[in-house]
Design a protein around this ligand. Structure first.
Ligand SMILES: [Zn+2]
Length: 322
């Protein structure tokens, strides 16, 4: 068996690929545009081209164990079919694993991007040494991965681990893209944070805030980064919006701890970079909303792998599990 794995991370704008060792070390990586707006055939050609280059980089197929691909869901990791990801228009019921196996004569597996990232953090990243890990990525959405005994938990239909769409407030005025009210994604992902800030300032139109100056009164331009900057500068509205975000995440994670009792929680994604104040609020909230009396001791760790997490995670699905 080969000693290297090809990891491919398919995103809406770019495809990253790399050669990863069996110990999770990224040897070589390349990035190409997805060209998703030009349809499936064009983005598939980009992926094939990238894999060809990586096979050459590895010194030939004999040095490879397989090709792991992570992509945005919905997809079925058991059959390797990408169903219809919203940010990959034109991809409908694509038998990606089968197509790549046929093309390259190497085994191929397809995995949901949050699951793959969770596995990578558990095997090579922030949660090394832990077996049961709950992984969260908070950016434009909230993705989660359930890692049990160092393996991804898939469920019957391969679609388990959609923790971002667990509601913590069924009476919430905020409706999620999935149709449910009060999903944690609709309350605490980047756009949701910006929306809460905008609504607050629109409703309390005399409330002073640095966010009014930063947007020159165009509140629809509020971004999570702006809120972070304003909070850092001491703006009370921005601070309370971030505090609320930590509280929501804390309530939700408390529920996850009640359910899974994991060894560790890992939080990645752009919003997690708000840093200490957010993590502190999360940790302070968790014990108040769970029956698990050890919850306060559950480590809540910032993700470690950053931009390589997709490539390493895609490759990780090929590691022999013990
Ligand atoms: Zn939802």
């Amino acid at each position: 068996m080969g000693q290297l794995i090809i990891g491919i991370d398919v995103g809406g704008t770019k495809v990253a690929g790399g050669l990863v060792t069996l110990k999770g070390r990224l040897m070589e990586s390349q990035v190409v545009p997805t060209n998703a707006d030009k349809g499936f055939a064009k983005s598939y050609a980009q992926i094939v081209n990238l894999i060809e280059r990586l096979i050459r980089g590895a010194g030939g197929k004999q040095n490879l164990c397989g090709i792991g691909i992570c992509a945005p869901g919905p997809l079925n990791p058991k059959t390797g079919v990408v169903i219809n990801p919203p940010n990959l228009p034109g991809w409908r019921n694509i038998e990606l694993a089968k197509m790549l196996e046929k093309k390259f004569g190497l085994p191929a597996k397809v995995e949901n991007d949050a699951n793959a990232a969770g596995l990578a953090e558990a095997l090579f990243g922030a949660a090394v040494g832990f077996r049961d890990v709950f992984y969260v990525t908070v950016s434009t959405g909230i993705g989660t991965g359930i890692i049990i005994n160092r393996k991804i938990y898939h469920g019957k239909n391969g679609i388990a681990g959609e923790g971002g769409h667990v509601s913590i407030d069924y009476r919430s005025p905020y409706r999620c893209g999935c149709g449910t009210y009060g999903c944690i994604e609709a309350l605490a992902a980047g756009p949701a944070i910006a929306r809460r800030a905008r609504v607050r300032l629109e409703q309390e139109h005399e409330l002073p805030s640095a966010l009014r100056d930063l947007t020159h009164g165009h509140l629809e331009q509020i971004s999570p980064l702006m809120i972070q900057q304003a909070a850092f500068g001491g703006d009370p509205v921005a601070k309370s919006i971030l505090d609320e975000t930590g509280f929501y995440l804390g309530v939700w994670l408390a529920g996850m701890i009640t359910l899974f009792d994991p060894d560790a929680i890992v939080i990645g994604g752009g919003v997690s970079q708000i840093g200490k104040s957010l993590f502190n609020k999360i940790k302070e909230t968790i014990p108040q909303y769970t029956i698990n009396r050890f919850a306060a001791e559950t480590p809540v760790l910032p993700a470690k792998l950053q931009k390589d997490v997709g490539v390493c995670g895609a490759a990780a699905v090929f590691l022999p599990s013990e």
